[in-house]
Design a binder for this molecule. Sequence first.
Ligand SMILES: *Cc1c(COP(=O)(O)O)cnc(C)c1O
Length: 368
Amino acid sequence: MRVKYAYLDEQFPALDEYLPELRELVKSGEFTIGPYVEKFEGKFADYIGVKHCISTNTGTDALILALKSLGIGPGDEVITVTNTFYASAGAIVAVGAKPVFVDSDYRYQIDDTKIEAAISKNTKAIIPVHWAGMPPKMDEILKIARTHNLKVVEDACPATGAHINGKKAGSFGDVNAFSMHPLKPLNVMGDGGMIVTDSDEAADWLLKYRNHGMVDRNHIDMWGVNARLQPIQAVIATKLLDSIDHLVDLRVRNAKLLDEGLSDLKDFVYVPPRLEGYKEAYQLYLASFQRRDELIKFLIDNEIEAKIHYPIPLHLQKPGLALGYKKGDFPVAEKQADEIITIPAHQHVEPNQIEFIVDKIKEFYHKM
Ligand SMILES: *Cc1c(COP(=O)(O)O)cnc(C)c1O
């Protein structure tokens, strides 16, 4: 039985449902920002429960622009976690600031108890990452930020649909970022991103900066960039947003089945605890496995497309080492990097496939 990691060819089975809106868009000729983009922005802001959404062409640009809107730049330090996607740190470097890494905790998230030790006189902001769609301990992180007068930019790129006691990922920090890359819970037919904020000032700046600094056709207020979301993607996202909770619930169903199935293998497998009140979006289903490299080979041989996110934490990547980091700096994340596997558990994986995965993992450990 094949269990696919990438499901993009199955992602839009009912393409016809999108055609009336796409036809309307094509007829309107509204190909740069315009009403289709604004409609999506309003709908997404309502969904997250914030005042403003400014869409962008990627999640990475959403992070870069979010940092810039808060005035973060050269000479500043920004704290983030070492096990995350490259863009969490890449965005910090792109605005001219310096990334300062913190170790992961037992849930693969930024360890809030280690943030204060990473604060220096140059620290301006924290980027808590909702890594793999799992919210980090936002209340604790906000408390630290308030105490030290730091800005918070949530990297909620993989976490549309996640929340803590009903408060959505992306509604905690000052200016926060999302992605609609094809492998995120809310995805379009290509790239897309969103910045969300309650700050009128940040939103006003972002709307201009994203579009060349323009206030109207003939005037600019500042030098800006073109980081606009494509209207065609806005049309797709507006429709797909209606089913995001359902799509995430399918991932939650699969994650629960995996949690249960793997609980029989406690001697070999570590599944992170699921905190009360935290809803995870399960962009990735992560767990730690003994004899990881042998197991992943076994799974792939059995057509289960498991992956590793990531085998090398950011501080041990080439540009991380160039910042002065070395092996041993973040022992928890480094150990996790040697043990984690991402099991396919997205919305196109069926319960019988999860059963097959669990059976195969049991077979692997029991025939030792
Ligand atoms: C996907 C992702 C990004 C980048 O989003 P893009 O839309 O691919 O640019 C940034 N941070 C995290 C944690 C992500 O998962």
